[in-house]
Write a protein that binds this ligand. Sequence first.
Ligand SMILES: C[C@H](O)[C@H](O)[C@H]1CNC2=NC(N)=NC(=O)C2=N1
Length: 108
Amino acid sequence: MSGGVAMAGLSGEQVREGLGRLDGWEWDPEAVLIHRTVRLPDFLAAVALVNEVAQAAEQADHHPDIDIRYNTVRLALSTHSEGAVTDKDMALAARVDELVAATAQTLE
Ligand SMILES: C[C@H](O)[C@H](O)[C@H]1CNC2=NC(N)=NC(=O)C2=N1
């Protein structure tokens, strides 16, 4: 094998195991992604969270699909180059969880 980090798609069991260590993420095996939805007090708070996620994404060179609807942010992670959910998705999801946990206020 040449240099670089192997980034194999995770098995269903591995994805489930990973989700057990995350907060609020769900797996969509048909869409080949994991997703989490966060509700915030208002639109600007939603945009602020997305800005923090954007910084983390740039650092990781891994980028979620992001949907903002007023105060609700849906994040989806998949490794497009692999056509699979990988450890890169799990790692960024864990980072997102930290950012959400550090957010002043989230709504149920
Ligand atoms: C060159 C660069 O590393 C790739 O294009 C990265 C960028 N961000 C990415 N993000 C996601 N979610 N999947 C990818 O396969 C991916 N590829």
